[in-house]
Design a protein around this ligand. Structure first.
Ligand SMILES: Cc1ncc(COP(=O)(O)O)c(C=O)c1O
Length: 376
């Protein structure tokens, strides 16, 4: 594979997301203005923000930011955190520092493409498919069977993009035990954590419960603040974190100071910010589910357990890709066909559609889509 190959999902989004009337496919919830953030976090922070010097912050992040991030974990200290320019930079940097030729990685399919293509640019990779006929369940026996003597990392992403699937706490424990026995790292993309509709489904963060667990997070999803572009990695292994720091020296080096200030503010005032997102997500998932149920011969949905993405199977005669193209061209409503989630490792069915339900204009987008569907 030549790297970087086209990031199919990002290409699709870049071509259409800002050009269509109803981008009904966003992976993030409705955002908020800086004004609203100050209202939620406390207006007394406004003056210090305006007086912030536009210096380079420290490479790993300001002490305030690292402390605010560490406070979201149970075991992790500020010294065990490195901030990045979004989760995407952290994914790239982490696999550069984890994997080399001769290693082997195991990743879940379907996936957020960089979770497979960056490892594939470094070493051999085996994909383990979630079961599309069983609510996207993971069979841990398949993970076990995929491991080799040189397996260095298992890459997981729960809550999962694009299905909203989760594994149980018992399954997570089993994965940790399998990996611990063999000294395998677990890279855990947790960007949708804290968006679970039932809090009892919430998994612990890997960096809290496994000494070789690497937790990835970002402000984009649960907090609904993608424009801050601050992500982070947490891991208890100080030696590996020093290696990761070295990689960042060659990438962004450090983040933007306003981004770090506002992220610190958001994390320290996270309860109302998270609740705001969840309140909308809960009611909008109900609205979307009711909408899809009106067209039983077109859509069949395994209801997501978390996140702001639904991934229904499209059962209409023309197939998901043609449907998505006609819907955007004729009604200005953009959903994403699952062909954009194609994997080099396993076949991914092209029969699914990614529909985002976190944005404020969901009702209008569904009304538009309904009008169009009713004319077909
Ligand atoms: C599972 C997953 N990981 C990582 C990212 C990257 O997050 P960001 O674009 O905020 O860096 C995304 C974005 O959609 C995602 O869905």
């Amino acid at each position: 594979m030549s790297f970087p190959e086209d990031f199919r999902l990002i290409s699709y989004l870049s071509r259409l997301e800002h050009a269509v009337r109803f981008p009904l496919s966003s992976s993030y919830p409705e955002s908020m203005s800086i004004d609203t953030l100050f209202e939620l976090a406390g207006k007394e922070h406004r003056a210090p923000f305006m007086q912030t010097m536009l210096d380079y912050p420290p490479l790993r992040g300001t002490p305030e930011l690292l402390e605010a991030i560490a406070a979201t974990y149970r075991q992790v200290t500020p010294r065990q955190v490195i901030s990045f320019a979004g989760a995407d930079e952290a994914i790239y940097a982490s696999f550069q520092m984890l994997l080399e030729p001769g290693d082997h990685a195991v990743v879940i399919t379907p996936n957020y493409q960089s979770l497979e293509s960056v490892p594939m640019s470094r070493c051999d990779v085996t994909g383990v498919a979630l079961d599309e006929n069983n609510d996207w369940a993971l069979d841990t026996a398949k993970v076990r069977a995929a491991l080799r003597a040189n397996t260095k990392v298992l890459v997981i992403n729960f809550p999962h993009n694009p299905t909203g699937a989760l594994i149980s706490r018992e399954q997570l424990n089993e994965l940790i035990e399998i990996c611990r026995e063999r000294g395998i790292w677990i890279f855990s993309d947790e960007v949708y954590r804290l968006t679970e509709f039932d809090p009892a489904d919430r998994l612990p963060q890997l960096a809290d419960v496994y000494e070789r667990g690497i937790s990835l997070n970002v402000t984009s999803k649960a907090y609904g603040l993608p424009g801050l572009r601050i992500g982070w990695v947490a891991c208890q292994d100080d030696v590996w974190m020093q290696k990761l720091e070295r990689m960042k020296q060659y990438l962004s080096i450090c983040n933007s100071m306003p981004g770090e200030f506002l992220t610190t503010l958001a994390l320290n005032a996270r309860a109302p910010i998270l609740e705001r997102v969840m309140e909308r997500s809960r009611s909008q998932l109900a609205a979307l589910t009711a909408f899809l149920a009106r067209y039983p011969d077109r859509f069949s949905l395994a209801v997501p357990k978390a996140g702001v993405l639904a991934f229904p199977r499209y059962t209409g005669p023309e197939g998901a890709e043609v449907f998505a193209t006609r819907l955007v061209e004729e009604a200005g409503v953009m959903v994403i066909p699952s062909v954009t989630y194609a994997s080099e490792l396993n076949p991914v069915s092209e029969d699914f559609l990614r529909i985002g339900f976190g944005r404020a204009n969901l009702d209008q987008a569904l009304a538009e889509m309904g009008k169009w569907l009713d004319k077909q």
